[in-house]
Design a protein around this ligand. Structure first.
Ligand SMILES: [Cu+2]
Length: 145
């Protein structure tokens, strides 16, 4: 009888411990996919309603030519038109693709974008360039500060 109760108590303790481990895992900030700063550590967001910066991709262009990214943040690429883009470090210059990777830039090497893709993080302040090798003059300037 008392042995049975003891087992029950142990089981309850085990369940509690497991529960708190799961809770701690869920509450960890920076989990991918967890959206829009409800966490306590969202003091880094300076403007534009929180969340990471985004750039939209049209049929053959970046909808905006440049984007500001807070240092350490990632950049979300959002495809507005269902067209494949292949992105790399560098830019189009006078009608020719010029691969080039600035120091401190995250490596982007023939990244196929169909749907939404996150690039980065961008740990270093500076100006970085990416381009789409399929679409002439499809350049994006990323300003990290
Ligand atoms: Cu493209």
């Amino acid at each position: 009888m008392s042995k049975k109760r003891c087992t029950f108590v142990l089981l309850m303790l085990a369940a509690l411990a497991l529960g708190s481990i799961l809770l701690a895992a869920c509450a960890r900030p920076g989990t991918p996919g967890a959206s829009a700063g409800t966490g306590p550590s969202s003091s880094a967001t300076s403007s534009s309603g929180g969340g990471e910066p985004t750039v939209h991709l049209g049929a053959a262009n970046f909808v905006q030519p440049s984007v500001d990214v807070p240092k350490g943040s990632k950049l979300m690429l959002i495809e507005d038109v269902a067209v494949l883009h292949i992105l790399s470090n560098g830019s189009w210059v006078n009608g020719s693709p010029r691969p080039a990777k600035e120091p401190g830039a995250p490596t982007i090497n023939n990244l196929q974008v169909s749907g939404n893709v996150e690039i980065g993080p961008f740990p270093t302040a500076g100006t970085f360039h990416i381009y789409c090798s399929i679409h002439e003059n499809m350049n994006l300037t990323i300003i990290v500060k």
